[in-house]
Design a protein around this ligand. Structure first.
Ligand SMILES: Nc1ncnc2c1ncn2[C@@H]1O[C@H](COP(=O)(O)OP(=O)(O)O)[C@@H](O)[C@H]1O
Ligand SMILES: Cc1ncc(COP(=O)(O)O)c(N)n1
Length: 274
């Protein structure tokens, strides 16, 4: 028998997107592309494609807890990302179990609304997100509407975005990335990073495309993969940003609505296949 190879393991706790562009599917594709062993705990199944969300069907709380317990008893993750957590109760249970198992390197993507406007997290869940999840986050990755909902700050200027980042840090997150996909529509897209000491921006060329389904999921999954490897949050953020930029830039033709990003692009470029 050959010798077994050691691999880093990453876990996503999120919803399923039947269309394969966001949620669990985006996360597992990203983990695979970045060379980490991917595991998944489903919170809900969505009937979804590139045109929108046609239905949301939660897994029972018992089912959620059983999946988490199965992983804990056999497969300690080196990093975790949370995505669509469905409701306040699901957030509380998930946070409780992450603490109980002492899982570290948690990336919290506070998914609230799908790009088409469908609600993926109830309003009542905001409190649980603020009081249970933010404290667990090595990195929290809100987009602009999510940062506004979590902080109550209307983000209409760079200063307001910085203020929101501070509030999220003070609420307990170790590192805050306020993503810039929804911030202006100029030639550049800027994500703001705050680690409690430094505030800096990651600036990239804005790609003119409607195919941005799953960008947030993919970015946070790439962060978890990078943390699973043992990278420091700052390097993880820079590397994950390269992964998502490449995936958006080399768009693929899938579906008639807001298409998914290209999860293969980063690896193909590394092997000079594009
Ligand atoms: N058109 C675009 N061109 C380049 N990068 C983008 C574009 N849209 C989003 N991004 C990047 O994708 C990531 C996800 O951002 P965003 O779309 O704001 O999040 P979400 O998917 O959670 O709404 C961020 O790093 C952001 O800068
Ligand atoms: C199951 C599920 N989870 C998350 C998203 C958000 O996707 P995005 O990354 O585009 O914000 C989604 N549309 N569906």
């Amino acid at each position: 028998m050959g010798q077994l190879i050691k691999v880093s393991k990453a876990l996503t706790i999120a919803g399923s997107d039947s269309g394969g562009g966001a949620g669990i599917q985006a996360d597992l594709k990203t983990f695979q592309e970045l060379g980490v062993y991917g595991m998944s705990v489903l919170t809900a199944v969505t009937a979804q494609n590139t045109t929108g969300v046609q239905g949301v069907f939660p897994v029972s709380i018992e089912g959620l807890e059983a999946q988490l317990a199965s992983i804990a008893s056999d497969l300690t993750p080196d990093a975790i990302k949370t995505g669509m957590l469905f409701s306040g109760e699901y957030i509380e249970r998930t946070a409780y179990m992450i603490r109980k198992f002492a899982w570290e390197n948690v990336v919290v993507d506070p998914v609230m609304v799908a790009k088409g406007g469908a609600t993926l997290l109830g309003e009542e869940a905001l409190h649980a997100m603020k009081t249970c999840m933010l404290q667990l986050a090595k990195i929290v990755t809100p987009n602009i509407p999510e940062a506004e909902a979590l902080t109550g700050i209307e983000i209409n200027s760079p200063e307001a975005r910085e203020e929101a980042a501070r509030v999220l840090f003070d609420a307990g997150a170790d590192h805050v990335v306020v993503k810039g996909g929804h911030f202006g529509n100029g030639d550049f897209v800027t994500d703001l990073v705050f680690n409690g000491i430094e505030m800096f921006e990651l600036i990239e060329k804005r790609i003119q495309t409607k195919n941005t389904h799953g960008t947030g999921c993919t970015f946070s999954a790439a962060l978890a993969a990078e943390l699973a490897y043992g990278r420091k949050p700052e390097s993880a953020i820079v590397n994950a940003k390269k992964y998502i930029q490449t995936a958006i830039e080399h768009g693929i033709d899938v579906g008639s609505g807001h298409g998914p990003v290209n999860h293969f692009a980063y690896r193909r470029i590394a092997h000079e296949q594009y």
